[in-house]
Design a protein. Structure first.
Length: 175
């Protein structure tokens, strides 16, 4: 439902090559996220952790779709963290990526709700990003105020993404 808004915002709010690459990467991740999460939900796979993609070779997933979903999570996390920190430290002339983040994060949260891993260790990277997103969202919500609906929507998506990342569990690799 928010694809048109996301494309429109990318087209009108991207300044220069860097802006096009930045918002284009987030929009690409947002378009891929529902399809990859639906496939993972039907296959019974949980949301992959950073460790499954970037960790030791024997713990990496061999599935191409899991790797693509993991890359989508990483792109969304890095761009979401960058925008959240930008709103906390330099909010002037920044646009709220509520449409693209909603398209990407809601499928991640749904997949975590449906196929949540019951055991495993809490990954440090996801926990760190979750804490940072909560802190930045709280600051941004207080700084912007309740009258800015785009800020409130974006902060709600940051909170949802933080919960999703916090619930992630990595399979422990035998030593």
């Amino acid at each position: 439902m928010v694809l048109g808004v996301a494309v429109d915002r990318m087209f009108y709010e991207s300044y220069g090559i860097g802006g096009w690459l930045h918002w284009g990467a987030l929009l690409t991740a947002a378009i891929a996220s529902p399809m990859l999460c639906a496939n993972a939900a039907m296959s019974g796979r949980p949301l992959p952790t950073f460790l499954e993609l970037l960790g030791p070779r024997d713990g990496r997933s061999p599935s191409v779709l899991t790797v693509l979903l993991g890359l989508t999570v990483i792109v969304t996390t890095v761009i979401g963290a960058e925008t959240a920190l930008g709103f906390a430290f330099d909010p002037r002339y920044r646009d709220f990526p509520f449409a693209s983040l909603t398209m990407a994060v809601v499928p991640f949260a749904a997949l975590m709700l449906l196929n949540r891993p019951k055991e495993g260790v809490r990954p440090i990277a996801e926990s760190t990003f979750a804490g940072m997103l909560v802190a930045a969202a709280l600051y941004t919500a207080l700084n912007e105020g309740a009258d800015n609906w785009q800020a409130m929507w974006t902060c709600a998506i940051y909170f949802l993404f933080a919960i999703t990342l916090w619930l992630a569990r990595a399979v422990q690799i035998p030593k």
